[in-house]
Design a protein around this ligand. Structure first.
Ligand code: ADP
Length: 498
């Protein structure tokens, strides 16, 4: 089977022909979408964006979408049946090529090479600081994505986060475009000299004398999707908008929220080779073996004291610094805490020193460890998420799927996914009003009292485990959005165009 049999490289079609062919394409139920992302599991994984891109992409293909997943070529990714195409880009980009082939997990994949892109980590140096040329790298990438779109315009373009934002600057008349906001805190702001280069619509990217690849994309996209409904309401407020609340407010109904899903095959406690003992809602007692294995792995005593876990990037966003004032108080609840985390070196050092001081209360595994993360959900009584903000959050869903009861702050996607069992009869966890020591402590205290009651505890667990967190519904919502845009490319109201 040759690559060309499955993926014929289409000739560069003029716009008019593209428009006519769109109708034919939709009649056969095949819609072509270019989906651009800086991360994709398992090719390049940093956070939730990787999982979201992989999960949504796979489900969209299952629904019949002809999906071109386009991401940077960070190097060392082998594709089968590969072809390489040059992309026509301006001189400042240098050379740009796109490799198309099959990845054993992802399937058909497009990898964009531009100067400086190939690195061991997508964004960070070994010392945890960003690469000094991240703006260059992703402006080049976005320009190459624009060239790819231009050579064969799809029915819909779907961009994700700031890394892909400048794509729209280079396209004078792009296909209908959706931009997903996975995290508004990262905008890729850089110096204004880029405005002379990034393309004919660069003016939309001007941001207080600099250039903001995300703000430009938000201004030019036809629709904007926040990765949870509640996050969509937070980002239009000054407190949650990271400076972009006003432009987002101005987009009115063009901004919607669609909750991320999780990969329900990868996260299935009944069939998970990464945990000590598989289980389901009818065999919750088997969780005990996972708990024992987890406690042994992290070096905490195996007794009846309630165990909470955390699986996270170590950042301010995730409220990891709030654990420091909590840990000394945990023994009084009583409760133990095991943290798996990677990221900020100072937060890691803080956790290491807390472990030295409270070795029977706290365990910390420094790193990104997918196998251990599964055991952290399968063996925990509670799952703690003290986030200051959380666009969607995946780990609370992963936790609930594995019967670990979430204790979360009332922010972003956590509001959409966790309800307080002390407030609602059908509650699935415990909610702290704010990311503050007192509120978190109170929520942990309430949670500990509840999980001691075996009957109430298993009722909460079973409710969480019964919820369908898969990409099934979210992907349908995206598909409906694509369909609406493809049917009416300029659906966006003139009043919201600036
Ligand atoms: P974010 O994207 O802000 O980091 P999310 O909750 O949306 O947070 O997604 C994080 C994803 O990365 C989840 O799938 C989670 O299981 C995984 N993850 C985060 N930290 C670690 C870690 N230290 N080890 C293993 N997996 C991790």
């Amino acid at each position: 089977l040759a690559m060309s049999d499955i993926f014929p490289v289409k000739p560069n079609r003029p716009r008019e022909e593209t428009r006519t062919s769109k109708v034919a394409v939709r009649q056969t139920g095949q819609m072509r979408v270019v989906f651009a992302t800086a991360e994709l599991s398992p090719v390049a994984t940093v956070g939730g964006l990787a999982a979201a891109a992989a999960g949504l992409g796979a489900e969209l293909r299952r629904l019949g979408v002809d999906l071109d997943v386009v991401m940077p070529d960070y190097g060392d990714v082998a594709l089968v049946d590969e072809t390489t195409m040059p992309l026509e880009v301006p001189d400042w980009v240098g050379s740009a090529t796109i490799r198309v082939g099959f990845h054993p997990v992802v399937g058909r994949l497009h990898l964009v090479s531009v100067p400086g892109m190939a690195r061991p980590h997508p964004y960070l140096q070994a010392n945890g600081e960003g690469w000094h040329d991240n703006s260059d790298r992703f402006f080049r990438f976005a320009r190459a994505v624009a060239a790819f779109i231009d050579r064969d315009p799809p029915d819909v373009v779907h961009l994700n986060d700031w890394h892909t934002g400048a794509t729209l600057a280079a396209l004078a008349d792009p296909p209908p475009t959706v931009v997903s906001i996975h995290n508004l805190a990262y905008q890729g702001i850089s110096d204004g000299s880029w405005l002379d280069r990034i393309g004919p619509r660069a003016a939309h990217y001007e941001w207080w004398g600099g250039v903001n690849p995300l703000s430009g994309a938000l201004a030019l996209a036809d629709r904007i999707v926040a990765v949870s409904p509640h996050y969509a309401t937070e980002i239009i407020t000054p407190a949650g908008g990271f400076g972009l609340d006003e432009p987002l407010r101005n987009r009115g109904d063009d901004l919607i929220g669609i909750l991320n899903g999780i990969d329900s095959e990868m996260w299935d406690p009944a069939h998970d080779p990464l945990i000590a003992a598989p289980f389901d809602a009818a065999s919750l007692d088997a969780r005990r073996s996972n708990r024992t294995a987890l406690l042994a792995r992290v070096g905490l005593p195996d007794d009846d004291v309630v165990l909470a876990t955390v699986v996270t990037r170590l950042t301010h966003q995730k409220g990891i610094d709030l654990l420091a004032p909590l840990v000394p108080l945990l023994a009084q609840i009583p409760m133990r805490l095991a943290v798996l985390g990677s990221g900020d070196a100072r937060l890691a050092a803080q956790l290491h020193s807390l472990v030295t001081e409270y070795p029977d209360t706290l365990a910390f595994v420094d790193g990104y460890d997918e196998a251990l993360s599964h055991l952290m959900f399968a063996g925990a009584d509670l799952y703690l998420m003290p986030s200051r903000f959380e666009p969607c959050g995946l780990t609370q869903m992963q936790a609930m799927r594995y019967g670990a009861i979430p204790v979360v702050t009332a922010v972003g996607g956590l509001v959409d996914t966790v309800t307080d069992a002390d407030v609602h009869r059908d509650g699935t966890g415990f909610v702290a009003d704010r990311a503050e020591r007192e509120d978190l402590l109170a929520a942990l205290f309430r949670a500990e009292r509840r999980v001691r009651d075996r009957r109430r505890r298993s009722a909460i667990q079973k409710r969480g485990m019964a919820i369908d967190w898969s990409w099934h519904e979210p992907a349908r919502e995206y598909l409906a959005l694509y369909g609406e845009l493809a049917a009416n490319p300029r659906i966006r109201s003139e009043s919201s165009r600036r």
